[in-house]
Design a binder for this molecule. Sequence first.
Ligand SMILES: O=C(O)CCC(=O)C(=O)O
Ligand SMILES: [Fe+2]
Length: 234
Amino acid sequence: MTTTPGGFADGWTPPALAPFHWHTYDVGSVLPAGWREELLSLAAAESVRHDFRPTMSSARERTGTVIRLETVNGETLQQRAPWLERLYLGWFRALAERTIGEALHPTSTANRSLSLNVLRGDGERYPCHVDSNPAQGLLYLTDCTEETGGGLVVARDRTARDVAEVDRDAGVIYPRAGQLYFFDARAHAHYVQPMRDPDGLRAVVTMNYYSQSCPESVRPTGLDDQLFAAAAAR
Ligand SMILES: O=C(O)CCC(=O)C(=O)O
Ligand SMILES: [Fe+2]
């Protein structure tokens, strides 16, 4: 086999499937002043902690793992920050459709649509999973860096089954406040690193969209029970 100076063997062809990719819209400065502070106050006042047991088909954690989640659920967001739902249904959805290239459908319940997730410096992390939805939106309220932790770690390898396997070959996204991300992570396991700074805070609004080619009915059994357990207890 001969190789070119760039290291390409003769006959190299690109992979059939596109590598993991995402799109970022820098929306922070065009949203109405105070949007971020309003959501951070809501998180401080209304977030609820509960134990998440990742046993559903989309989980990519070792058996028996229990992870403490802290969230403001979609029903509370709908009542306390109704403008967020309007963005989810309207402008943000239109931006997502430009990225994903398909009409996107809102979910049937407020809790499935929106969530405000909080991680604190006390080692909380977000569990490893694949998404069931073809378009995930993430509006970040805080900055994350290599120093603070809280990076979103995404496996390049489509077969990664847990955090250790993700870590073997992964890209890390360090989000900034005001950035709105969209991606399709149905085939790439991902998790959020624990915060390294004891005083750290990471907050993000997550948005789920489905579509005709990937309808809400594919959502894994048991996911809602585990994600919204706290809502039932309130
Ligand atoms: O918080 C993040 O950066 C990722 C959250 C996530 O993966 C999800 O909501 O599905
Ligand atoms: Fe995800």
